[in-house]
Design a protein around this ligand. Structure first.
Ligand code: SF4
Ligand code: SF4
Ligand code: SF4
Length: 326
């Protein structure tokens, strides 16, 4: 593993209770995701995180089959200014977001109640209420479900990176040498596939809670209907005289952090760089008139592109007896 935190050194054991809202813990396997028909949000209580990375490893294990399996050598990049992005030989990197690491633990050393304290903070996709990555994807490859989670269909994504450039936190990460572009556009355009946390959509569809929530020994994350999560976040913030992030950022997200110190202090203390999302203010991307117009114009085109991509894959799978590259 990379990064400063060792996986098990901080483990204390223990688990959280499951009531209307479901939290993690070693015995959480039987806990069902509540209110799957509504917008679901997660509450992340930063004060409780011990930085053990159990959530990171659980994400990796649970989503391993969704990770890219690129074909090498890569086709020449077109246009040539597009960089090859290859994480396939660095799959053990856990100190930032990559196509093979959808959750990492950020750390910030700050003063809490007069004491120097290192806060450890799980970071991944915020699952915005009105996600620009979905609304502005020209190929209809990014989708949002009714329960509020957004995900990128790796079968349809061409890796153009629009989702990353419009995401206020630059969350999606590209892997070259995989996906649809290898079949249809290798000498014209396309650069791979974008990857990010899909909030364990398949587990949620089966009524389970996301792997990272289930694995956490401290019950740091809670998932439930957004209105209940917001209420709980305010109660928690009030009880610790703390601060909230995610309720209004980018027009509101389905990931709500509660911190004992202002997020400006956390932002000043975290390591910066690609794959390391910020904690600054994030204006509502989709309130921008240009983006709204683009989204309206794109919606039908993206729908047709997605349908064409699916048809292509179906015919290709039929041709080779259902075997396909990742
Ligand atoms: S945080 Fe970024 S990648 Fe995640 S839903 Fe919002 S815009 Fe999309
Ligand atoms: S919700 Fe699922 S995909 Fe997202 S970080 Fe947690 S384990 Fe990973
Ligand atoms: S969220 Fe939980 S599992 Fe993840 S690092 Fe913090 S304490 Fe460990």
């Amino acid at each position: 593993m990379s990064g400063k935190l060792s996986r098990r050194s901080f483990l204390k054991g223990g688990m959280a209770a499951a009531c209307t809202l479901a939290t993690g813990g070693a015995a959480a396997a039987a806990i069902k995701t509540p209110g799957n028909d509504k917008q679901l949000a997660t509450l992340i209580n930063i004060s409780d995180c011990i930085g053990c990375e159990e959530c990171v490893y659980a994400c990796n294990e649970s989503n391993f089959n969704k990770y890219p399996k690129p074909e090498k050598p890569f086709p020449k990049m077109v246009p040539s200014r597009v960089k090859v992005e290859d994480w396939s030989d660095k799959q053990d990197v856990t100190d930032r977001l990559t196509p093979y690491n959808w959750l990492f633990i950020q750390s910030a050393t700050v003063m809490v109640n007069g004491e120097k304290t290192t806060l450890t903070i799980p970071r991944r996709c915020m699952h915005c209420k009105n996600p620009p990555c979905v609304k502005l994807c020209p190929w209809g490859a990014a989708k949002q479900q009714e329960n509020g989670l957004s995900r990128i269909d790796s079968d349809l994504c061409l890796g153009g990176s629009k989702c990353k450039s419009v995401c206020p936190w630059d969350i999606p990460q590209r892997q070259t040498g995989t996906g649809l572009y290898l079949d249809i556009l290798p000498s014209l355009a396309g650069n791979g596939v974008m990857y990010k946390c899909d909030r364990c959509y398949d587990r949620i569809a089966d009524g389970e809670i996301p792997a990272c929530i289930e694995a956490c020994p401290e019950g740091v994350q809670t998932i439930g209907p957004r209105d209940e999560i917001i209420k709980k976040a305010h109660e928690l913030a009030k009880s610790i005289n703390g601060y909230i992030y995610g309720e209004h950022e980018n027009g509101g997200t389905n990931t709500i952090y509660v911190s004992p110190v202002p997020f400006e202090e956390i932002e000043a203390a975290i390591e910066k760089g690609d794959g390391k999302p910020h904690f600054s203010a994030a204006k509502d991307t989709m309130a921008d008139a240009n983006n709204l117009t683009t989204a309206m114009l794109l919606a039908p085109v993206a729908g047709i592109a997605a349908a064409a991509g699916k048809l292509f894959l179906m015919s290709k799978n039929a041709d080779n007896g259902g075997n396909d590259h990742a």
